[in-house]
Design a protein around this ligand. Structure first.
Ligand code: HEM
Ligand SMILES: N[C@@H](CC(=O)c1ccccc1NC=O)C(=O)O
Length: 435
């Protein structure tokens, strides 16, 4: 275990500048051991089975397969089996007139084993839907160009998804756009570590150069939201796809009062559904720049304005109760550990505060936070377009209108996330804008 005060090395956590939090080796598209053929058969027919309402009976017929040691020992195969079982689990629960309260043993048991090994919860997550669910059409070279492009230049045709619930381009596109965030953001990982190093070495020029690189990428990420519209129709997203992305936490009024039972004689669990809040990239930026997220309704303490941190213990305790923090347990274990390490290693905010009389440093830091705040503003517009508007048309049905798939009451939550980003700015703080 590396010392948490050292600067983390990307390769220790399975992440890279080239791919960010996407895997360095491309995702496995089909389990190679024929023993698992029946799983792959069902998932290859998933959209049809769901439309014809045959999915549950098909899954009920599956044999109960063992999780072989060979599966646990091969990370690519292990991730693929997790992805397959997650698709089957969400499809089983949400693929009928009423949600199923019990997952059959033949998927519950292997899912519990594989998810545990990966440090992930046993249902569809950002990892199973986005990080480990893509294939490249033209090889890695075409894919690499993306890191150097502006958002309008990016050609998403270089990527396809491996699996979907619906078989619709609207769904693939939704996942592909997200995975581009991860690809573009990869550059931020290296720049972020350089930034930590620059703060420690007190090298102003490198600090400003690296924080500007991050700010520029965050701007590109903000602009990328507008491309969702090209192939993902808001009504299709809301009415056809989104129900499958839901989890089983906060679903008491949707027919899952106790969550979902894993196996005939298993236990009930409540887990939140898939959400981009589970993306390690955006949380990495928050941790790096020291944006503090509180539970909804809890007002942020003013950020410490000196390097002495008497308020830190209070805010850290509250931080850990926030939804954003909770979502870390929905990330692959290595990525969660990486964020912990970055949190311990980063002295970026202290460096900026120690240089509060240097406008070049404070402005560069605040400008980066401005980009992140604008990113969150643009995201909220997308939420209005893809959830609030279609929900208005459907009033009264399904009751999910104001709940995110992650089970948050999302409007106050997202507004608070955005406001907390601004609160980290040092010049605002000094001008008492936040108080
Ligand atoms: C149609 C597309 C999208 C919709 C409807 C949507 C909706 C939501 C909702 C409702 C939440 C609140 C948490 C929850 O309960 O799930 C959320 C959180 C979040 N979403 Fe999205 N989202 C979309 C696309 C994206 C994309 C492409 C990104 C790219 C990074 C993204 C990034 C985030 C982040 C980082 C959070 C956590 C809150 C924050 O850090 O500000 N979302 N999203
Ligand atoms: N939280 C969103 C869903 C969402 O953002 C999401 C869910 C699963 C996988 C990725 C997601 N974000 C994607 O772009 C919603 O409530 O509709």
């Amino acid at each position: 275990m590396p010392s948490l005060n050292s600067i983390p090395r990307l390769e220790d956590y399975g992440v890279s500048e080239r791919y960010g939090f996407l895997p360095r080796e491309l995702p496995v598209q089909r389990l190679k051991d024929d023993y698992y053929e029946s799983w792959e058969d069902v998932i290859s027919k998933l959209p049809d089975l769901l439309v014809n309402r045959e999915l549950r009976s098909e899954i009920d017929k599956l044999p109960e397969l063992k999780v072989k040691q060979s599966l646990l020992d091969d990370i690519g195969q292990l991730r693929r089996s997790y992805c397959v079982l997650c698709f089957l689990a969400n499809a089983y629960v949400w693929g009928g007139d009423k949600p199923a309260q019990v997952l059959p043993d033949n998927i519950a048991n292997p899912l519990l084993i594989t998810s545990d090994k990966l440090g992930l919860p046993p249902l569809s997550t950002y990892a199973s839907l986005i990080l480990w669910n893509f294939k490249l059409n033209d090889g890695e070279a075409a894919f690499d160009i993306i890191s150097t492009q502006q958002s309008h230049e990016i050609n998403p045709d270089v990527v396809t998804t491996i699996n979907t619930f619906t078989g619709l381009i609207d769904e693939s596109w939704f996942y592909i756009i997200s995975m581009f965030y991860e690809k573009i953001g990869g550059v931020c990982l290296n720049a972020g570590l350089n930034l930590i190093r620059a703060a420690r070495d007190d090298s102003k020029a490198v600090f400003i150069e690296q924080i500007n690189i991050i700010a520029e990428k965050v701007k590109i990420l903000g602009d990328l939201f507008s491309r969702m519209d090209e192939k993902t129709n808001p009504d299709i997203f809301y009415n056809v796809l989104r129900p499958f992305l839901s989890g089983w936490k906060g679903m008491e009024n949707e027919g899952l009062p106790n969550g979902v039972k894993y196996g005939k004689n298993g236990k009930f669990y409540k887990y939140a559904g898939g959400s981009n809040a589970q993306s390690s990239l955006i949380q990495f930026l928050d941790v790096l720049l020291d944006v503090q997220h509180m539970p909804v309704g809890v007002k942020n303490q003013p950020q410490p304005t000196t390097t002495a941190t008497t308020t830190k213990s209070i805010t850290q305790k509250d931080n850990k109760k926030s939804f954003i923090y909770e979502m870390r347990s929905y990330m692959p274990r290595e990525h969660r550990q990486f964020l912990d390490h970055v949190k311990n290693a980063s002295t970026i905010r202290s460096y900026v505060l120690a240089n509060e009389d240097d406008p070049e440093i404070t402005r560069a830091y605040d400008a980066c936070l401005d980009r992140l705040k604008e990113f969150r503003d643009k995201h909220m517009k997308l939420v209005a377009r893809y959830i609030i508007n279609p929900a208005k048309k459907q009033k009264g049905t399904f009751g999910l209108a104001t709940k995110g798939t992650g089970s948050t009451d999302f409007l106050p939550f997202l507004k608070q996330c955005r406001d907390e980003t601004l609160k980290a700015e040092v010049n605002r703080d000094r001008m008492n804008i936040n108080k």
